[in-house]
Write a protein that binds this ligand. Sequence first.
Ligand code: SF4
Ligand code: SF4
Length: 175
Amino acid sequence: MSDNATKERIWILITPDKCSGCRLCEIACSLEHEGIIWPEASRIRIYELLPGVNVPHTCVQCPDYPCVEACNFDALGVNERTGAVLVNEDNCTECGACFLACPGNVPRILPSKRSVVICDLCGGNPKCVEVCHEAGHDALTLVKGDYRSIYRTFAKDPVEKSEELSRKMYGELLG
Ligand code: SF4
Ligand code: SF4
C-alpha cells in the first residue's frame, strides 16, 4: 500500500468504556452483510467475558496483514482504498490459518457459510459505527489516517482486552 493510500485509510476506533452492550452493531452488521439479523455472523462482536465488561472486537487492519500472508488459497486480499481485508468466500477452505496468524483471533469460521468472516469496513461506511452513534454511545468512531503506531494496542484477543478493561474499571482486585 502506498504512503498516500495509507494516509487515506479508515479505521474503527473502539472506546470500550463507552460500550453499553446493546449489540445494535452486531445487528446492523449482520443485516448489512447477510440480509438477516444474525449476530454470530456479525464482523464485529461484543464480548462480555466478565460481568458488565463489554468489549467490542473487530479487525484492526494490521499494517502487515498476517492473515492475508498466512492464507495459502488466495482467499484474502486488501482493499487498497480503505485498507480492509476482503474475503473471497469461494476460495476459503476454512483451514483456520488466518485465525492462527491474527494477533486478535479475529477471523471467525461460520460452518453454515463455509468461509471465514472478517470486517470489510462496509466499503468505507461502517454500519456499526453509524448505529452506535445513533444510539448515543459512540463506542465506535470512524477515523482516518495512519494508525500504524497504535494498532498493536487493539490487536489483542478478547480475553486480554477484557482483563485490561476490567482493571481500568474496577482496579487490580477484580482484574
Ligand atoms: S452499538 Fe455501540 S454501544 Fe451498542 S454494543 Fe455496539 S459498540 Fe457497544
Ligand atoms: S486484525 Fe487479524 S484479521 Fe485483521 S488484518 Fe490483522 S491479522 Fe488480519
